[in-house]
Write a protein that binds this ligand. Structure first.
Ligand SMILES: O=C(O)c1cc(C(=O)O)oc(=O)c1
Length: 306
């Protein structure tokens, strides 16, 4: 029996025919934040999910990788699949070593399950604090997960809203493995990029030398665009100063990704080729681009391979 799913009303599907970027990615570039959704008939969405997406298969992800000029992907477990990592793991196994993954696991995950995930290419777990996406998981349970994954050399990816950072900061700083922040901690870009709110985020990065930051999702954070559509190669200009501050202060601790297939956008769906054309605006030199796109993700995800 196959299961069919009805998408969340108003769901925007991923952009079907992205432009070829004008910006030429350096050799070995990694799309360090992307997802697969199902396909739902093969990998059903989780009963506890907060949204039901369109399908976005591994083959479609790999086609995007090739179209944009990336070499490799980091596939992050999407919340619509809960703690069932099978669609993500299937993508890793099909990638021929060209994809690594970030999983969602519960504290009762077995050693064998962790070993299988590692063998497939998983190198981290994701803790999500965004309440529209997940039910809150108690910090004790998260600490128990950290104890399970630390011996594998994995890191923890954290996704939170800027308004929640003050409450979460001590917990984050107490985690004894590297952290990777999704989407710059979701700053309110109507505020000053040199003001106290974003400074609090940069202070978090200063306080723990093994925190990394994904300078991703301008399409989610932007308030007045212009969107990455219709040939616009300098999109989401209100987000650029935030990303640039992080890239310039922490050039060795930043990552970039498309966020394809861009779950839960409500306004428009960006052309991923034009998103790539935004990279030189946040990382203006060849050295910054090499670190952001190649060396940093290789160190975090492929350090055990040549
Ligand atoms: O902001 C979001 O809606 C979102 C959702 C997910 C997910 O559902 O996993 O992942 C992301 O990176 C961003």
């Amino acid at each position: 029996m196959t299961t069919t799913f009805e998408k969340t009303p108003g769901w925007l599907d991923w952009y079907p025919d992205p432009s070829t970027p004008h910006f030429r990615l350096p050799d070995g570039a990694v799309d360090a934040h992307c997802h697969v959704f199902g396909p739902g008939a093969e990998f059903p969405f989780a009963p506890e999910r907060k949204y039901t997406p369109c399908d976005a298969s591994k083959d479609q992800l790999f086609a995007l990788r090739d179209r944009l000029g990336f070499s490799r992907n980091v596939v992050v477990q999407a919340t619509c699949h809960g703690a069932d990592n099978s669609a993500m793991v299937d993508a890793l196994r099909a990638s021929g070593g060209r994809a690594r993954g970030v999983a969602t696991v519960r504290p009762d995950v077995t050693d064998d399950e962790l070993a299988d995930l590692h063998d497939a290419g998983v190198r981290g777990v994701r803790f999500n604090f965004v309440r529209r996406l997940v039910d809150v998981v108690p910090q004790d349970a998260l600490r128990a997960v950290v104890e399970r994954i630390a011996p594998l050399g994995w890191h923890v990816v954290i996704y939170f809203e800027a308004a929640d950072l003050a409450d979460l900061r001590d917990f984050f700083l107490s985690i004894p493995v590297p952290l990777v922040v999704d989407h710059m901690g979701r700053p309110d870009v109507t505020k000053d990029p040199t003001g106290p709110e974003f400074e609090a985020f940069l202070d978090l990065m200063r306080a723990k030398p093994d925190i990394w930051c994904k300078v991703t999702c301008p399409e989610r954070l932007s308030v007045d665009g212009p969107p990455a559509l219709d040939g616009e190669r300098h999109s989401y200009r209100d987000v650029v100063p935030f990303a640039r501050r992080v890239v310039e202060e922490f050039p060795d601790r930043v990552l970039w990704g498309t966020d394809w297939p861009h779950p839960n956008l409500t306004d428009h769906m960006p052309d991923d080729g034009l998103l790539v054309d935004g990279i030189p605006h946040i990382a203006p030199t060849a050295a910054l681009q090499q670190a952001l796109l190649v060396d940093n993700p290789a160190g975090l995800y492929w350090s055990d391979t040549p």
